[in-house]
Structure formats: structure tokens, C-alpha cells
Design a protein. Structure first.
Length: 132
């Protein structure tokens, strides 16, 4: 069973993630539908724009980690997580759209859920264990 502290942390993670994902989807749709960019280019651009917001929210708000002594290591690991997820997301998005015949928004929704679960556990490790 989850402690109240863990439940609160998961709620903050989800809220911060929802804000970041909302920004991502707005940018993805705007860049693709309004500006006419290829959906994969839009996906990468939206990811990059949302990264700084996500890191800041997760470090300071979700995990309440305020130290600076491990900041460079946290940024490095979090960026590696995000770029790993970017590669995974882009590859799977392409496969789901081109071979699975899913609409790019539907495919991205599926990937968002899966990658969010993975990201929570890795981020928790980054901001808890690495800061020590």
C-alpha cells in the first residue's frame, strides 16, 4: 500500500506530467496541422520545448529536491532518460502510424501512458538516489 507521501508524490508527478504533455500535444498539433510540419519533426520539436519545463517541475515540485551539488548529474541523467524516451517514442510512433495504421494522435496517446509509467520510476531514482 502507498503511503500518503508516495501518493502525493505520484499525484504531483502526474500533474506536472499532464502540464508538460498538454504543452507537448498543443505544440505537436500546431506544428503539424497549422504549420504543416511532418509529424515526426513536430514530435521532436515539441519534446525539446517541453524538456526544460518538465525537468524543473519534476526536480523542484514533484520530488522536492532542491540541492545543487548533484544538479549536473541529475540534468545529465534526466536528459539521458528524456532522449532515450524521445528515440523510443519517435521509433514507436513511426511504427504505430506507418505499420499499425493508427492516427498519429492515438498512437501518441498510447505511447504517452507507457512512457509516463517508466519515467516516474526512473525519475524517482534520479531525484532521490542521485542527490545523495
Amino acid at each position: 500500500m502507498l503511503s500518503p507521501s508516495q501518493l502525493s508524490q505520484m499525484l504531483r508527478f502526474s500533474t506536472a506530467g499532464a502540464a508538460t504533455v498538454s504543452l507537448y500535444y498543443l505544440l505537436l498539433a500546431f506544428l503539424t496541422e497549422v504549420l504543416g510540419f511532418w509529424y515526426l519533426t513536430s514530435s521532436i520539436a515539441a519534446f525539446l520545448i517541453g524538456y526544460a519545463t518538465n525537468f524543473t517541475l519534476q526536480k523542484l515540485w514533484t520530488f522536492k529536491e532542491r540541492s545543487t551539488h548533484a544538479l549536473s548529474r541529475q540534468v545529465t541523467l534526466h536528459l539521458a532518460l528524456q532522449f532515450g524516451n524521445l528515440v523510443l517514442n519517435t521509433t514507436l510512433l513511426y511504427l504505430l502510424v506507418e505499420y499499425g495504421q493508427l492516427w498519429y494522435i492515438t498512437a501518441q496517446l498510447i505511447l504517452t501512458v507507457a512512457l509516463s509509467i517508466e519515467s516516474y520510476f526512473v525519475s524517482r531514482w534520479i531525484f532521490a538516489s542521485v542527490s545523495r
